[in-house]
Design a protein around this ligand. Structure first.
Ligand code: F6R
Length: 609
């Protein structure tokens, strides 16, 4: 995820900017840049790649400016490059801006600005903000910023600098973190506390809708209407390591908690304003194209493969197209039946997984149409595929994948709806209903995350078992597979997921007294059958923990423990049921004293066969 820093004071700003950006390196980035007020001009330097290449470019420059902003970029709109790196400027270099998040309505804004004569040099959504500032500035910097904020939609933290106003930085927050650090004759701005913790522990943590007017000896917070806000300072007590994790004990827990935002970011720009259709600008598919496709393969590894299983379900159910799902390491060597009428969808968080990349190359060699779903812009897989749709989860640092998985589900769901729209396989009112339910998912994930105590208790109780079984039917089975993988990889407990109906074909022999079974029972279409399977394991004295939708009054009659998630459409409920399973794995690993963020024998990016 991008990192932001800003400084205004009496010292050379560039020293703090580079130091602050270095402290934010752990968050992942692909390019970096700084802007420094030098006399009457703003000097900007940017570089793709590591911070070291930016430092190299700055090595022989003498920068004495005492006000400046800096940024590390994680590409979303536009590939990683010098030009796309922040800060971005308006046509005349009068205004400079750095931004984290996504400006959802940047396309119509950009078209309007271009029509009015503005010249754009980058592919980013951020650049519109600098040009809007130029257009709306009539001498009052704060007013111009407020006007710009009223024009943009989306999630952001922003810092603005103006050549005509060299005594102030303005910052604004909406759904992305932003903190102002308070010093003596100097103040700091940062997206994250680690950037400023070595300079000050007195801060203002901005809330959504707040604007900070930061001078070297004063900080004023106002709301969007310009009213002053009497804000309390927050004294940071975390050490540097805890600060990197945003106060969470592990990156995995932080990322589990980031899911509402990751999911919202991934979906919101892709839903039409009237909520009646899905917009996938990345694809230009039409009925003729879809009619030419007679088979779809989804190919991926690990967690991404599990997202693919859910994707198959969505596409077959909504778009009525045949889908096969395969693990990449098998697919690439089994001479798959693929030709120009096949669409191959590869899913990969990192975009670098060797098996998935090889499967993609093989598909292209065989003439298939290819689509990649990945979280990393400019990754090998993104570059090799004909079409790419990005999840906007931000970088995942914990090895165990969590927010990447839920954002992959979101995109698989939206892709299926998009195809169904084109194919005419979904009635307009059902489409609208599903989009309406989709929009509620981020809030429902937050609700699921708000009650973790029962999950902690189960994890403590059962964390020392050697075997755990996960069962479910239909989409519950797909999620069971992901739940079992999470438990295995971080707690080293042997876990197996079974389609509930398959248990009786052998595995039931292993279900004996005291064996923990996690039973997912949210799929209404197969609910009665699932219940019978749950009774089968209960009859063998297994300890069964149910996962059900709120409103289910049946399950608790048979089980000692039921974890409820908010009710939604059975197609969307995997986005909610996976959350307690992630948490269960997390707390079981903690109970066993495992190194959660760096589990044994697993790398974040598997670039070997
Ligand atoms: C599990 C996990 C792995 C990855 C797999 C594919 O938590 O992280 O199973 O999902 O190695 O990685 P990507 O998605 O980067 O291709």
């Amino acid at each position: 995820m991008c990192g932001i820093v800003g400084y205004i004071g009496e010292k050379k700003t560039v020293d703090f900017l580079l130091d602050g950006l270095t402290k934010l390196e752990y968050r992942g980035y692909d390019s970096a840049g700084v802007a420094v007020m030098e006399g009457k001009n703003i000097f900007v330097e940017k570089s793709v790649g590591r911070l070291d290449s930016l430092k190299e470019k700055l090595k022989n420059k003498t920068l004495n400016g005492v006000i400046g902003i800096g940024h590390t970029r994680w590409a979303t709109h536009g590939r990683p490059s010098d030009v796309n790196a922040h800060p971005h400027t308006d046509c005349h270099g009068n205004f400079v801006v750095v931004h984290n998040g996504i400006i959802e309505n940047y396309m119509p804004l950009k078209e309007g600005l271009i029509a009015r004569g503005h010249k754009f040099i980058s592919e980013t959504d951020t650049e519109v903000v600098a040009h809007l500032l130029e257009e709306n500035y009539t001498g009052d910097f704060v007013d111009a910023v407020r006007k710009v904020l009223s024009l943009i939609e989306g999630s952001y933290s922003l810092v603005f600098m103006s050549r005509e106003n060299p005594d102030v930085l303005i910052c604004a927050k909406q759904e992305n973190p932003l903190v102002i650090g308070l010093g003596k004759d100097e103040n700091f701005i940062a997206s994250d506390i680690p950037a400023i913790i070595s300079r000050t522990r007195n801060t203002y943590i901005l809330n959504d809708g707040e604007i900070g007017i930061v001078k070297k000896d004063s900080v004023k917070i106002i709301d969007r209407q310009g009213n002053a806000i009497d804000k309390k300072t927050f004294h940071v007590t975390w050490n540097a390591e805890a600060a990197e994790k945003g106060g969470y004990e592990h990156f995995m827990l932080k990322e589990i908690n980031e899911q509402p935002k990751a999911v919202r970011d991934t979906m919101s720009k892709r839903i039409a304003k009237d909520g009646a259709s899905i917009i996938l600008d990345e694809l230009n598919w039409d009925k003729k194209f879809l009619d030419s496709i007679n088979k779809i393969y989804i190919v991926a590894c690990g967690t991404a493969y599990h997202a693919g299983l859910v994707g198959k379900f969505y596409i077959e159910k909504l778009a009525r197209k045949l889908v096969e799902v395969d693990v990449a390491s098998e697919y690439r060597y089994r001479n798959p039946i693929v030709d120009e009428n096949t669409l191959v969808i590869v899913i990969s968080q990192s975009g670098e997984t060797s098996d998935t990349l090889a499967a993609l190359k093989e598909s292209r060699r065989l003439g298939a149409k290819t689509l990649a779903i990945t979280n990393v812009v400019g990754s090998s897989i993104a570059r090799q595929a004909e079409n790419v749709i990005h999840t906007w989860a931000g970088p995942e640092i914990a090895v165990a994948s969590t927010k990447a998985y839920t954002t992959q589900l979101i995109l698989m769901f939206m892709l299926a709806l998009y195809m169904a729209q084109i194919n005419g396989t979904i009635p307009a009112d059902r489409l609208k209903e599903l989009i309406c339910k989709l929009k509620k998912i981020p809030a429902q994930i937050s609700e699921t995350l708000s009650d973790v105590d029962p999950i902690k208790t189960f994890a403590r109780q059962y964390g020392f078992n050697e075997d755990v079984f996960y069962i479910g039917r239909s989409l519950d089975y797909c999620v069971a597979l992901e739940g079992a993988l999470k438990l295995k990889e971080i707690s080293y407990i042997h876990a197996e997921a079974y389609a509930s109906g398959e248990l009786k074909h052998g595995t039931l022999a292993l279900i004996v007294e005291g064996v923990p079974v996690i039973a997912l029972a949210t799929q209404k279409s197969v609910y009665e059958k699932t219940l019978s399977n749950i009774k089968e394991v209960k009859a063998r004295d297994a300890i069964v923990i149910g996962i059900a939708a709120t409103g289910d009054t049946e399950l608790e009659k048979y089980l000692d423990h039921v974890i409820y998630v908010p009710d939604t459409d059975e197609l969307l409920i995997p986005l909610l049921t996976v959350v307690p399973l992630q948490l269960l794995a997390y707390y079981a690993a903690i109970t066993r004293g495992c190194d959660v963020d760096k589990p044994r024998n697993l790398a974040k990016s598997v670039t070997v066969e």
